[in-house]
Design a binder for this molecule. Structure first.
Ligand SMILES: [Zn+2]
Length: 168
């Protein structure tokens, strides 16, 4: 599975890629040289808003995707990334990562995270994930509809593009 490093202007994209299960390095502290180094060392695709960094990456024969300033909607950015890297855009509960730290999340029984979650949430939801690194619990809360809707939009955009003739 493809591994990714994004620059510090694409934090939102990093969180999305992690939720979708893609191993994505992102830190606000990373310099261009750090990004190039980690891309080489860990065989990661670079995604960047920095044209200079993109050029340097291409010169080093690294795979890099440049996100132009006009592209601001994360749905559009994800569609571009999915197309460029041939990524599947779907949510797989067994393959999702912590949006904060990129660690793989485990699906856990309620008892294991009961102390981390308000009782009403514990009653309302059936599936919970736990990040062993952040000691944080996750569930498909209110923002979940937004995520699902976005995934559907991206899928339909990808299909439209692959059919090609839908514009007529
Ligand atoms: Zn975490």
């Amino acid at each position: 599975m493809v591994k990714i490093v994004v620059d510090n202007m694409l934090g939102n994209l990093a969180r999305w890629l992690r939720v979708l299960g893609y191993d994505t390095v992102y830190s606000r502290k990373m310099q261009d040289s750090d990004i190039l180094e980690i891309a080489i060392r860990e065989n990661r695709v670079i995604i960047t808003r920095d044209r200079g960094l993109h050029r340097r990456a291409v010169k080093k024969n690294l795979k890099s995707i440049y996100i132009s300033p006009g592209l601001t909607d994360v749905v559009d950015i994800l569609t571009l990334v999915a197309k460029s890297l041939n990524l599947a855009i779907r949510f797989d509960k067994g393959n999702t990562r912590c949006p904060l730290c990129n660690a793989k999340l485990d699906v856990v029984p309620k008892a294991q995270i009961a102390s981390l979650v308000p009782p009403e949430v514990l009653n309302k939801y059936d599936i919970f994930w736990y990040c062993a690194k952040c000691h944080k619990a996750y569930w498909q809360g209110n923002h979940w509809k937004t995520i699902n809707d976005a995934i559907e939009i991206i899928k339909s955009k990808l299909n439209t593009n692959s059919l090609g003739k839908n514009n007529y």
